[in-house]
Each structure stands twice: as structure tokens, then as C-alpha cells.
Design a protein around this ligand. Sequence first.
Ligand SMILES: [Zn+2]
Length: 262
Amino acid sequence: MSDSIRVTIFGSAAGFPTAARPNTTAVGVWVGEALYLLDAGEGVAGQFARRGISPEALRAIFISHMHADHTGGLPVLMQWLQLNKRKRPLDVCLPSEGMAGLQSVLSMHYLLPEWLEFDLELMAVEEGSGYEAEGVSVEAIPSRHLEGFLERLREAGDSRPGECFSYAVKAGGKRVMFTSDLAHAGEVPERVGGADLAIVELAHFEPEELGEALAGVSLPRLVVTHLIHTLEPTEDEIPARIKGAGYGGEVLVAHDGDEFSV
Ligand SMILES: [Zn+2]
């Protein structure tokens, strides 16, 4: 098996799908023929089908947090795997606060674990928790994205901790960072420094804030994704806005279906 790494952006929209970006957040990291899926926004199963991806290619899914634009594609993806008679076991790693809810969502969709032809293992992600398989490691780094929701959650009588994780995928001496959602651009540098490619969200801060935060950070290539819909009309200006604020590497703006080799 080749250990070349490729990245496929299955979905590049944030919570507002648009005509140009109909699919919400889902990023595939290929290590040779093995596919690791980071978030599973709506439309991901259709994206797999469009690309002729084998249902057996998928090794594990990592969910950053439980917002619908990161999880909405999971039930259809599970149904697609089932109807395509997948046999290989599948790990789904997600914040512990989402475990019970996901189990009940899958059951509600008649995707009972004992009815699937493959072993589905839901695994709770914790700070610093690592996933290792077939020479690939995936590290979870907590982000503060959901902290701003905690007060309203408590008022609603909900005691969830508000977990959200970025994921670093390492294989063959390369490192790919997927920030998923953050609280502010200040969270970016510690995650992406030293990575070969970083896939960074652009829904919760301005391009200039990202460029400023990345000034002097060692990162050759940055892909911005999870684009807030209001940026779309002027998206051609995003690379210059980021680089003009201090970032020295290459900037690419993700679209659904884009592929990058690392
Ligand atoms: Zn989001």
C-alpha cells in the first residue's frame, strides 16, 4: 500500500449551504487507499457515490462536535454503507457528550447496530486521545468553539460540557491538521504550526485575523474551508486578505470536491 496522503473536501459549507457549496463540513484524508473521514456533514454519502468510492475504503470517522453541519450526513452514510453491504468494521470517534444521542439517532433511523452487516464501534474522544491503525495516527485537540454556547445551554437546563475537537492526522512522516470549528483565530497557530497542510475553518473570524495569527507560523499550505456564506461573493479576495495580514504560505479556498495531495 502506498502511504501517499491526499485530501478530499467532500463538503466546504458552514451552517448555510449555498448553491456553490451545497455540502456541509466533511473532509477526507486518504492514506494510500484507506480513507479517514473528518466530520460528516450533509451530502457526504452522495459525494462518496459520485467519486466511486468503495464502501470498504472508509476506515474511521472522526466527529469534531455535534453541530448539525458536522454530523448531518451520518445517518445516510451509515445507510449507504449498509445497503452497499460493507463488511469491514467501522470506528466512529466522537465527543463523549454525543455518544448516547448518536446511538438513539441511528436507532431512530432503523440503523440498529445489530442489524448492520459490519461492526460499528462508537468511541468517545477525549483531550489528547489518540487513534492508531495501519500506520496512521489521529490526535484530538480540544477547541473552545462551544464555550460561547454554555451559558444558554445552562439556562435551558442542559449540562453538556460543550466538547469540540480539532484533528491532526499523521502518516508517512506527514501531518495534516483539520481545525474544524474554533472560537477565534488565536486558536489556529498552536494547531497548524509544523503541519504540511492545514484545513482551517473561516466562519468564526475574518481572513485578516487568520493572516495575522499565522504571521511567522511554519505552515507551507493553508486550505480555508467551512466558508461563511457572506464571504462567498468576494471569495477570490480571501487569499490576498490572509497573506496581506502576514501569512507567508500558499492559500487555497476550498470548494466541494477539491482534492489536494500532501
Ligand atoms: Zn460548523
